[in-house]
Design a protein around this ligand. Structure first.
Ligand code: NAD
Length: 499
């Protein structure tokens, strides 16, 4: 019998015996490794109840002590990094070194969050009017929900929880039901680090659990990361109830290659960014835009050469460049989209369909796939494939290359490879996309900036982590004070003015 994964409620593992379950797979072998319970509204009610009590305890801890707990959490996560990376690789399918990156980019945000006491300081004005002082404070919201996707089982839960906890909130995390084990372990390590019971709960489930969380009057804010249709639906549901929401969605990231770019460097960057993690990154590059036919021919030749030696393998195969995709359904959807690209007239130069890994014939593998002469009308260009599929769209000139990502429905990340500083600056200034790289393939901002795509890639006005994250997870209180000894004028019936 496969193991049934538990929820983590009020500092304890709690079984969801009475709830329906769903299979959790090991994508490398195709086997079922565990079952995950799908919480119903009653289970969510109990979790929020715990979080409400956790909030009372945690928000009473001073910011510096909270920061110390976060630093201890970082230490414990690092100490358990090998175990966590194996857990990520098992349920997600990414390679072990890539899983370590997943953990590291999350830890960096918790490290940033440990500096929150400084960022939570308010403002103060002495003598704003005669005898009157004004100060503001940033206060936690209360219980907040984090709903996270399968593709970064450590990083995105840490982005959400790290910042929200630093600000004094209690967090209910609803991780992806496809990769539930590692978020559970992270919460357990948080408790060990010193979080009070209930400050960080993990509840598993799907739509029913998410809807119950959003609709619970005690949940003050909703942070979501996942696909665009769900991001948009959750944003509408939360904001229609007057709640704060930041919901990040899908992507179609372009990389523009100018004629003066170093083609070897660009091709190396592209194979890593397109096929790493089997293309299951929201910042994966899925569209290459070489400018000019000559650039395109050179780039395509360089890509084909590199793709010939790419190694697809099981997640624990130390020599694999990338592993399987997350589920059989994902594999079938990706292969269907490859077929659609071919049917619509794109040139399929390398076909990853039907890829097999010896000894793991039932694993969910898709090989690296390369299309040339893709056009903006094709489905394979318009839709997020979320698999190891790279489309080359040839642009006649720079302006066309700039228009493609700018006019695409998604606006998460984009890059330009060039040795011309003027072109790079013009591109970074004019492109209608939230995160831009110059000679950098995956421009995920470091922890003290913030992460957020534009257009259909993000709903809400504040980005994740960085100072934006702290703004999202706090509300401003402004206090105007005058001491009785300063009150001398009697009643006034006009609006007070600053001077
Ligand atoms: P998903 O939308 O299927 O699931 C995300 C979360 O929503 C999960 O916790 C899931 O349980 C929940 N969910 C699923 N269906 C729901 C429904 N009908 N109602 C309420 N909740 C529901 O996304 P995924 O497949 O896990 O993740 C991949 C997607 O996430 C890709 O589109 C990728 O681009 C995107 N992503 C975006 C970012 C970003 O920051 N923009 C980062 C990582 C991943």
């Amino acid at each position: 019998m496969p193991q049934v994964i538990e929820h983590f409620i009020h500092g304890e593992r709690v079984s969801g015996d009475d709830q329906p379950t769903q299979d959790v797979f090991t994508p490398a072998t195709g086997e079922v490794s565990a079952q995950v319970p799908l919480a119903d509204a009653a289970a969510v009610d109990a979790v929020v109840d715990s979080a409400q009590r956790g909030f009372e305890a945690w928000s009473a801890v001073n910011p510096q002590r909270r920061a110390r707990v976060l630093l201890e959490w970082v230490r414990l996560i690092n100490e358990h990094a090998d175990e966590l990376a194996r857990g990520i690789a098992r349920e997600h399918g990414k390679t072990i070194p890539d899983a370590h990156g997943d953990i590291q980019r999350g830890v960096e945000v918790v490290e940033f969050a440990a500096g929150a006491p400084h960022l939570l300081k308010g403002e103060f004005t002495s003598n704003a009017a005669r005898g009157v002082d004004v100060h503001s404070a940033r206060e936690p919201l209360g219980v907040v929900a984090g709903i996270t996707p399968f593709n970064f089982p450590a990083m995105i839960p840490l982005w959400k929880a790290g910042i929200a906890l630093a600000a004094g909130n209690a967090v209910v995390l609803k991780p992806s039901e496809r990769c539930p084990s590692v978020p559970l372990r992270l919460a357990e390590l948080g408790l060990e680090a010193g979080l009070p019971a209930g400050a960080l709960n993990v509840v598993h489930g799907g739509k029913e659990a998410v809807d119950a969380l959003i609709d619970d009057q005690r949940v003050q804010a909703v942070g979501f990361v996942g696909s665009t249709p769900i991001a948009q639906a959750i944003y509408s549901r939360a904001t229609s109830q007057g709640k704060r929401a930041q919901c990040f969605g899908g992507a179609k990231n372009h990389l523009v290659i100018m004629p003066d770019a170093d083609i070897d460097q660009a091709a190396d960057a592209l194979v890593g960014a397109a096929f790493g993690s089997a293309g299951e990154r929201c910042m994966a590059v899925s569209v290459a835009v070489p400018v000019g036919e000559q650039t395109a021919d050179r780039l395509v030749a360089a890509l084909r050469e590199r793709m010939g030696s790419l190694r697809l393998g099981a997640s624990d195969d130390g020599s694999a460049d990338f592993g399987p995709v997350v589920t059989r359904a994902a594999k079938e959807r990706i292969e269907e989209l490859i077929g659609a690209g071919e049917a619509e007239g794109a040139e399929l130069l390398v076909d990853g369909r039907g890829a097999r890994v010896a000894g793991h014939e039932d694993g969910f593998y898709v090989g690296a796939t390369l299309f040339d002469r893709v056009t903006p009308q094709m489905r394979v260009y318009r839709e997020e494939v979320f698999g190891p599929v790279l489309c080359v769209v040839r642009a006649a000139d720079y302006e066309e290359a700039l228009r493609l990502p700018s006019e695409h429905e998604f606006g998460n990340g984009v890059s330009i490879f060039t040795s011309d500083g003027g072109a790079a600056r013009d591109f970074a200034t004019r492109v209608n996309v939230g995160m831009v790289g110059v000679n950098v393939p995956i421009p995920v901002p470091i922890a003290y900036y913030s992460f957020g795509g534009w257009k259909a890639s993000g709903f809400g006005d504040l980005n994740q982590y960085g100072t934006d994250g702290l703004k999202f997870y706090t509300k401003t209180k402004t206090v105007t004070t005058r001491w009785p000894s300063g009150v001398r004028e009697g009643a006034s019936f006009v609006m007070p003015r600053g001077s």
